[in-house]
Ligand binder design. Structure first.
Ligand code: VGL
Ligand code: ZN
Length: 198
């Protein structure tokens, strides 16, 4: 792994109450991603890197709720970041999934693969070359974000201990990891990344 901290972004995907235990679309053990992400955001930003967080941000009647239980409705408790996530190092917040007919799994593009969220422009202007990704859920928003990051030409790393899957359908998280690996996305533990940031 070869990373220049100054040119690295930590992308924290959808660590929100509704995706954590007790939430409307709870991911098993979802809140466990907060601790490794906090360690990484602190270490990376102390060395000149950046941290961004995405927030699923649906309007009350969003088309996403035809497929999923109602979740992450704008302004609700469920849409708030999980209280264990340290937001102090996070300087970019991207809200997504607010166009009625269009869901948005990826941090970069909505599900039409062409409507930009603005993240690409933001990080290209700040010379980011490596994107380190963790959060929820492995098989949807992490998968789509990592695949877009790679497609856009960023060196892309997923943090193995900072992701959890919804596994709907059964086995989809494992499949997502295979797909990411097959596309040149790298996988490291948070400790391995912290060690090289020292
Ligand atoms: C997600 C389903 C619906 C995710 C968001 O964050 O992975 N999954 N909305
Ligand atoms: Zn959603």
């Amino acid at each position: 792994m070869n990373i220049n901290p100054n040119r690295t972004l930590l992308l924290i995907v959808d660590v929100q109450n509704d995706f954590c235990p007790g939430g409307a679309l709870a991911v098993n053990d979802g809140d466990a991603v907060a601790a490794p992400l906090n360690a990484l955001s602190a270490a990376l930003t102390a060395r000149g890197g950046r941290a961004a967080a995405t927030q699923d941000w649906h309007n009350a009647e969003h088309s996403s709720f035809l497929q999923w239980p109602c979740h992450c409705v704008q302004g609700t408790k469920g849409a708030e970041f999980h209280p264990n996530l340290d937001l102090n190092p996070v300087t970019i917040i991207i809200r997504k999934g607010f166009r009625q007919e269009l869901d948005s799994y990826s941090a970069f593009f909505e599900n039409d693969s062409s409507t930009a969220t603005g993240l690409e422009g933001c990080i290209k202007q700040t010379n980011i070359e490596t994107v380190i990704i963790g959060g929820l859920a492995t098989d949807y928003c992490v998968l789509y974000s990592a695949m877009d990051s790679r497609r856009l030409g960023f060196n892309t790393i997923v943090v193995t201990d900072a992701i959890r899957g919804v596994n709907q359908p059964e086995g989809s998280a494992e499949k997502a990891i295979e797909t990411m690996k097959a596309n040149g996305i790298q996988f490291y533990t948070s400790q391995e990344i912290l060690d090289i940031l020292k």
